[in-house]
Ligand binder design. Sequence first.
Ligand code: F6P
Length: 363
Amino acid sequence: MSGTKKIAVLTGGGDCPGLNAVIRAVTKSAINVYGMEVIGFLDGFKGMVEKDYIPLTLETVSGIAHTGGTILGSSNRDNPFRYLTVEDEQEVFTDQSDRAIENMRELGIQGLIVIGGDGSLHIAQEFYEKGIKVVGVPKTIDNDLSATDVTFGFHTAVDTATEALDRLHTTAESHHRIMILEVMGRYAGWIALHAGMAGGADVILIPEIPYQVDRVVEQVKHRYEKGKKFSIIVVAEGAREVDGEMVVKQMVPQSHDPIRLGGAGEKLAQQLEKSAGMETRVTVLGHLQRGGAPIPYDRILSTRYGVAAVEAFARGAYGTMVSLRGSDIVAVPIIDAIEKLKNVDPDSDIVRAAKAVGMSFGD
Ligand code: F6P
């Protein structure tokens, strides 16, 4: 083989606005700056196990920075270390990581760039510990990865949720109703907090601040008495009552985290109709937060992350994840990003600011 380095890139976990901009930046900078060859594994880690890939060239990645989704496909249920296989007509989980590594060797791939959130970066770390030269890129609308100020995709999700709140505002006011918007975010309240602040929500419920229904009722009634006969409530899917549990919608056994949350908004609506006696409607924003074009902020961040990931690989910073710290892109150990989820600090200035302008957290 020639001295040309060949790297692979994959997108793992739930998709997120900005994935294509990262793929484009990785490919273009690897080719333009370092003269590398690039391939993309299809459907996340599944493509690595099944040796399913496409060559990535300047042509393949042209004109995709502004598009949603991922040209490589993604999966949040295919983990090579616990891979669903059929043996003796039985479905069993087996370790296929050596098969994936052998595929990389056969394809002459020296490095792997994993664009993923918590689950995919855990797998990336396991491959690194098995000797693979891995660099991670922090992706998730949830913004719950430690060791980076922001993950790409988060601000686009906030934008979508804020637009939804703006739209709910006018219909809430017309009908004198309580409008509840349930947003994603898993065990972190970042989307709810940011969209709630931007969209002028009257109540913001997040997992980090367990709520009391009575406090929410107080806020709604207080507004009513002042002549504001409607209220806007944004509920993170992971929100829960004091001493209560998160509301689980579904289990996905093959997934790194099998729990799928959902239903917190509906639960609250029933409680409020009973206690506040006001007509209440629920909108679950769901995967609209993941689809569609990235906003300019995420296109730029994704491009910077993609270029920085190739740079990190070129200088031998394996086992790292590119990260935004202040206004700089740096590389941090992947392990620091996945050791613990990044949650909203209930005493942070953003929460205090929201409270100061009269928003309630139900506490
Ligand atoms: O992690 C991203 C995310 O969209 C979460 O906010 C949400 O809880 C989950 O993925 C939904 O996963 P799925 O696409 O499997 O329904």
